[in-house]
Design a protein around this ligand. Structure first.
Ligand SMILES: [Zn+2]
Ligand SMILES: [Zn+2]
Length: 147
């Protein structure tokens, strides 16, 4: 069990939670896809009463059986829960400050999996700073990508 923190891009939604980092999973369902814009989404299930909100998310109903927490200002997807489940919330691994702490343990909803997007190991690899325009944009903003 590990105490980890997270939140949205703009900082309005913030949380800390005691979580088991080796129980994260990839969901390939079509609702998660639309809700996040990703081809699959990494989630980790935690008991709601273990989450301490410093800034609370808003919720919307994403299907007949599920609703989702998100930041109403910047739109970051924060989590998913079944509407009849008042016990657990599945937080987006990408909204944690240290997503590198998590290890995927399972694929869910594999009937919707997009096969071309599950193993990217053999694709050509490029760092963000290799692109001149990206480098110039960050320099002109006198900043760098968030760590
Ligand atoms: Zn936000
Ligand atoms: Zn899903």
């Amino acid at each position: 069990m590990e105490e980890l923190s997270g939140g949205c891009q703009c900082g309005r939604v913030r949380y800390s939670v005691e979580v088991e980092p080796d129980t994260a999973y990839a969901c390939h369902c079509t609702v998660c896809r639309k809700a996040t814009g990703g081809v699959w989404i990494a989630l980790v299930s935690v008991p709601l009463n273990r989450i301490h909100w410093q800034g609370k998310p808003d919720w919307y109903q994403s299907s007949a059986i599920g609703h989702r927490a998100f930041c109403p200002k910047c739109g970051t997807p924060i989590g998913f829960a079944f509407v009849d489940d008042l016990i657990d919330l599945d937080l987006t691994v990408g909204s944690f400050d240290r997503p590198d702490r998590f290890r995927p343990a399972q694929n869910r909803c594999v009937e919707s999996m997009l096969p071309g997007w599950t193993n990217l190991d053999n694709l050509p690899a490029e760092h963000a700073d290799k692109d001149e325009r990206t480098r110039r944009n960050w320099r002109e903003a006198q900043s760098g990508p968030p760590r």
